[in-house]
Design a protein. Structure first.
Length: 101
């Protein structure tokens, strides 16, 4: 069994060394690429709108708490909202950095 595997491995390497391995072009059909771009654009817009809404809501809650004299952890909530905004805004560049062909 070992000899058979060694012979198969050697013949495979010999084939790869003497013949060119095909490298097909990676290209999606244009209709699919357009649909994916539309969906990603809508998702990016929705993420940005959610981030802006989160900042506004956090600001309103902070103003209402200060007016009533209550203390709360609004800064941690604001930090989470801003972290989400950074994640949404950097998702595209990070993915294109790692997956650029």
């Amino acid at each position: 069994m070992k000899d058979t595997l060694r012979a198969l491995s050697a013949s495979t390497w010999d084939y790869l060394a003497t013949n060119e391995v095909p490298n097909p072009e990676r290209k999606a059909p244009q209709e699919l690429a357009d649909a994916v771009d539309t969906v990603l654009g809508i998702a990016g817009w929705a993420g940005t709108a959610a981030g802006v809404a989160g900042i506004i809501i956090t600001g309103v809650m902070m103003a209402a708490s200060v007016k009533r004299g209550e203390g709360s952890e609004h800064m941690s909530r604001l930090g989470m909202v801003l972290g989400g905004c950074v994640l949404v805004s950097t998702a595209g560049p990070v993915v294109s950095f790692f997956f650029t062909a």
